[in-house]
Design a protein around this ligand. Sequence first.
Ligand code: AMP
Length: 541
Amino acid sequence: MNGLMQDWPLVVTSVIDHAAQWHGEREMVTRTVEGPIHRTNYAELHLRSRKLAQALQKLGVAKGDVVATMAWNTHRHFETWYAIMGVGAVCHTLNPRLFAEQLVYIINHAEDKLLLIDTTFVPILEAIQDQLPGVKGYVLMTDRAHMPDTKLANCHCYEELVGAESGDFAWVPVDETDASGMCYTSGTTGNPKGVVYSHRSNVIHGLAGNAPDAIGARSVDNILPVVPMFHANAWGLVFAGPMAGCKLVMPGPKLDGASIYELLDTEKVSVTAAVPTVWSMLLQHLEKTGSKLPHLKRVVIGGSAVPRVMLEAFERDYEVDVAHAWGMTELSPIGTLGSFKSGMEDLTFDERMDIKVKQGRPMYTVEMKITDDDGKELPRDGKAFGHLMVRGPAIAASYLKGEGGTVLDDEGWFDTGDVATLDELGFMQITDRAKDVIKSGGEWISSIEIENVAVGHPGVAEAAVIGVYHPKWDERPLLIIVPAEGASPSKEDVLSFMKGKIAKWWMPDDVAFVDEIPHTATGKIQKLELRKQFEGYELPS
Ligand code: AMP
């Protein structure tokens, strides 16, 4: 028997329609690329998205075309997403931090037809435009007064395009399984691979991400997504926010501690989300200025492991609830979030932090298991490490143009490339990327856990652990440290600080001090580079 419910396709334009109709007055506040704070609301954003959709059609954009953006989190970037998806095209977000060769490869591979860019990124595109034969034009996301002199061919002014249209436009009908968005993953080896989201997957992820144990956006919330729209879908907040009708506060190009603090304070932000690097800058600013966070209730942190010191600072010093999240571009991107289960509120502070330092529990729509090298499922005991496998309706089934071959196993599981433990209650803890795992005497050592302990030392700004050759144990951990500003901790200092905080046989055999640790365009430590840098390193005997 068929269900007798209406056929209501899960398309992303329904999200902005809902926000405009029922939360039309709710604000979006942006720190603009031009500088000043700009205020608008969902009703205006809805109208301007439709005006831009009309303009895109006049520029020749048709259903199924790929249109790229290279932009900060702003009201204009928000409008471009809905306008592009609303004409049935695919919105491809470009990460400006990628190398020029990677951008050329990605833009050509995705067959981007038109690029909408912030003025900040004009020089990047001027330098590569000759290598982009498929790109028919550029739209600079500013007004006439701020249009720079540019060598970009076929260049349009965003505000003039929007200003010339009526907004009398009906979204182009699409199937919910049609592509709506695209984002390339920056693998450390090989070419970047395109993850293609559908309307349906984005809507489902937005709904699941809005569950109270996940991000839990409500209409009364003021949300600041620091996490960029150009990386991993801004963790779904561009959909989850308007679904709930919450105020969105867009940070534009300024992500330093003082600028983020100013927005948190003046806009009374209740929920915010970003990678740990952003929060280190904020915490340093708070410490320096003695400022507090009276409005902030929840900070979602993910993208790389949250150091325990950061967790404790937010929870103890600023009374902000930390939700440690894990995800990937391929998961739209959220997989897990660390909300407590019943009874955990009564645990001691340290016991609660022991749970929060883990990456959290799978949200609904994400199935999860860990397996050994032969694909056999491992126990959920919080101890066994295994390959983290996931399945769900907002998880990639393959990459654009079949790149990377078959990515699912026979039962439809996607191998995340991460290694993790899972405990009885479903809390997952990432121990490493599979390719970064340290194998010592046949046993795995978690580099992430060692790094997490090391950055708790006040003289350590950043830490990375890699395996280096050892004649007896095959590999032993080497701890690489960037000292904090003005500090010069000694090896003995750091090691004695770590004693007792990790298993004895996980203790690094040596500590190396460096000025800088290499990072990828998405801010992750490049362990491959570090391993090259420390190739042949001799551990003390
Ligand atoms: P991306 O697709 O660029 O967002 O990168 C996804 C990868 O980032 C994951 O596969 C993990 O290796 C890493 N990652 C994301 N969140 C966390 C976290 N909370 N702790 C540790 N690693 C993380």
